[in-house]
Design a protein around this ligand. Structure first.
Ligand SMILES: [Zn+2]
Length: 333
């Protein structure tokens, strides 16, 4: 994904009107009995992250990309009630055409109240933020940028399979393809276009896998596996879905994670959640590792779009923390 400074005005129009209901919903929730949240294993999530990295960079058009898609679908078929594969064909920034696959693992597909957890599963073809220029055309493992969120979702699928969530709550784990094929820094200025990022989520957000699909809200996971992460409240998430953001951050605070789920507004990031909100009309937030103002080459986690975004950066404790928070949020719906 990419940091942006524009389109704020368009997006603001989608600001949720539901924040006023938050107090009422919170009061109702307090009357409910405490829900037992099944144990999420950071260890198992780590295994799922490593498994993706072991295929090699999941760059569209490569065997690793295809093999990883097959592994997702086969594994998710053992866990989820229904697995949808949404095939699409799309053009990237330089005119090349690729076949992409969004993969959706649905639990309780009959439930009207649905929650989306999403991440992107492709990896970037270029390490164009690497300090060493000779790596700028090298594909990245994307252990954190992509695989970490998908690893957490795979572990969620494994756990939900054996600890059924309330029948009235539907969960859709959406694995977006073609998120990270935007123009590299070294490409001609004329090729740079914000809409060249998040191609899979743009496709899904305009045409969902089920006719008339609706969801209550969505949570995007992006770069959620590095040590000592810093998750401020990403700007568009705050603007478009403050009530979702507050629910997640409050849960994290109650669990003692407020050192990482920081109560401050972060940079605006043009990530998949923006399209979910903008095109599909579903309030969506982004849990994303953003660094502060000091000592940074980008606003993202330090190894973003470098050849060092590999399994060595993945910290089981972070996967555990994010998994705990998201599981608690969804099981308490
Ligand atoms: Zn990326």
């Amino acid at each position: 994904m990419k940091k942006v400074f524009v389109i704020i005005a368009i997006i603001i129009a989608f600001i949720s009107c539901e924040s006023g209901n938050e107090t009422k919903q919170t009061a109702q929730k307090q009357e409910k009995k405490t829900v037992k949240v099944p144990a999420f294993s950071g260890d198992s999530a780590y295994y799922f992250v490593k498994k993706q990295c072991d295929f090699g960079p999941r760059v569209p058009g490569t065997p690793a990309h295809q093999q990883c898609a097959e592994w997702f679908v086969n594994t998710l078929n053992r866990y989820a009630d229904t697995v949808f594969v949404q095939d699409f064909r799309t053009r990237v920034y330089d005119g090349k055409v690729f076949d992409g696959q969004n993969i959706i693992a649905a639990f309780n597909p009959q439930a009207k109240k649905r929650i989306i957890i999403a991440a992107h599963w492709d990896s970037r073809p270029y390490a164009d933020n690497d300090p060493d220029e000779k790596n700028w055309q090298t594909p990245i493992d994307g252990a954190n940028d992509g695989a970490s969120g998908c690893g957490i979702m795979m572990e969620m699928a494994r756990v939900i399979k054996s600890h059924r969530i309330d029948d009235n709550i539907g969960i859709d784990l959406i694995f977006f393809d073609m998120e990270d094929y935007g123009a590299p820094k070294w490409a001609d200025e004329s090729l740079h276009d914000d809409l060249a990022w998040g191609l899979g989520s743009q496709y899904w957000s305009k045409k969902q896998h089920v006719d008339g699909y609706k969801a209550y809200y969505g949570i995007l996971l992006d770069m959620v596996g590095a040590s000592n992460p810093r998750f401020p409240k990403e700007y568009y998430s705050q603007a478009n879905a403050a009530w979702v953001l507050n629910r997640v951050w409050r849960t994290a605070r109650e669990m003692g994670y407020d050192e990482h789920f920081i109560n401050e507004i972060g940079d605006p990031i043009n990530d998949d959640h923006v399209y979910i909100t903008h095109y599909a009309g579903i309030p969506a937030i982004d849990i994303i590792h953003l660094v502060g103002d000091d000592d940074r080459t980008s606003c993202f986690y330090p190894y973003w779009h470098t050849i060092n975004d590999n399994i060595e950066q993945i910290d089981l404790k972070t996967l555990q923390m994010v998994g705990n928070v998201v599981m608690k949020v969804v099981y308490n719906e």
